[in-house]
Design a protein around this ligand. Structure first.
Ligand SMILES: *Cc1c(COP(=O)(O)O)cnc(C)c1O
Length: 351
């Protein structure tokens, strides 16, 4: 090893789903929305010219924060925005989890949490979900340095009721509790309604899934003034200009079209409920997903074999080689046509 190599930080990175390209592929592996962004987004994009790229973007992201503030009827100083919720969550880890005590999150969950904890030197404890993959609120009643969990959870799709979320918050009023609501628009009740009651509660959401804008990288957090101010201070100590100019403008346009948003999320939910029925007929067991994906296992055929067979057909789903997940597949809800193509193949393959 050369001397300078000894000073290199070595990390085990998060592995994102693959982004294959091609016309004939059916992509059900990264929980993208199958529908395009709202028409207003496309219109604003056509009207954009290069001149506005000459200057730095507004570091306070006012157009976007204003749009979210109107939409949620929430004061601007209670909203923080970032480059996807991954950026918001990373900032939140850096800002709030500094007590030296282990933070808690479920053992089956978004696999970025342990990666950030390792990167920032935050001790953590992965709390096992039960045999049916349910988070048990009573398991979060112990001394800790903070709590984070997705609701609905990933990759299981299972949602806690708002009363159960509140049970976790109530048991943890001395630390910051983060609820990662990447999928809440597809089912379940947002903990946003609790941020006035608990000033240690941060609710994080994203434009990547329900607003069809994964490529724009827009995420946000809502919470007490103190939490939001602390996040902003860390952000300004790291990078003043996080969101780029097109993201600010196009994100604001997306938020303005409530009707389109409600229509497309309802379409995804409709296709998801049909998927649960169709997949059961094909011998799969599904968790009761409240998201834009289903989490499935087959009674006879190992998940990895099905994953590879689908992949050969250019149908991409997600397989996790983790101990508790290795016989499961996570299938993003696509258009009805995408899903029909997958059922057709599975029907003949599983016969
Ligand atoms: C997709 C996802 C995110 C990250 O989304 P961004 O694209 O970075 O906004 C965060 N948490 C969970 C649970 C997710 O599934």
């Amino acid at each position: 090893m050369r001397p300078w190599e000894k000073a290199i930080r070595s990390v085990v990175p998060y592995v994102p789903g693959e982004q294959p390209s091609g016309d004939r592929i059916i992509k059900l592996n990264t929980n993208e929305n199958p529908y395009p962004p709202a028409p207003g987004v496309q219109k604003a994009l056509r009207e954009m010219d290069g001149e506005q790229f000459r200057k730095y973007p507004d570091p306070a992201a006012n157009v976007l924060v204003d749009a979210l503030s109107d939409y949620y009827q929430l004061q601007k100083n209670r909203i923080f925005v970032g480059v996807g919720s991954d950026d918001v969550l990373a900032m939140a880890f850096l800002t709030f989890f500094n007590s030296g005590k282990p933070i808690l999150f479920p053992d089956v969950t978004y696999s970025f949490y342990p990666v950030w904890a390792e990167l920032f030197g935050i001790p953590y404890e992965a709390v096992p979900v039960d045999g049916d993959f349910h988070i048990r609120p009573r398991d979060y009643r112990k001394d800790n340095g903070g709590v984070i969990f997705p609701n609905p959870n990933a990759p299981t799709g299972i949602c806690l009721g708002l009363d159960q979320v509140e049970e976790i918050i109530k048991a943890n009023e001395d630390v910051v509790v983060i609820v990662d609501e990447a999928y809440i628009d597809f089912g379940g009740e947002s903990a946003r309604s609790l941020i006035d009651c608990y000033d240690n509660l941060l609710v994080v959401q994203t434009f990547s899934k329900s607003r069809s804008m994964a490529g724009m990288r827009i995420g946000y957090a809502m919470g007490s003034e103190t939490l939001i101010r602390s996040l902003s201070n860390v952000k300004y100590s790291y990078n003043s200009y996080t969101l780029n100019q097109p993201s600010l403008i196009l994100g604001a346009e997306a938020v303005k079209d409530r009707e389109y948003f409600e229509r497309t999320t309802a379409a995804v939910v409709h296709t998801r409920e049909k998927a649960k029925l169709r997949l059961r007929e094909l011998g799969f067991t599904c968790t009761d997903s409240s998201t834009n994906f289903v989490f499935i296992t087959h009674e006879k055929v190992p998940a990895q074999e099905i994953f590879e067979a689908l992949r050969k057909e250019q149908i991409y789903v997600r397989y996790f080689a983790a101990p508790r997940l290795k016989n499961y597949l996570r299938v993003t809800i696509g258009t009805d046509e995408d899903m029909e193509a997958m059922y057709r193949f599975l029907e003949s393959y599983l016969k």
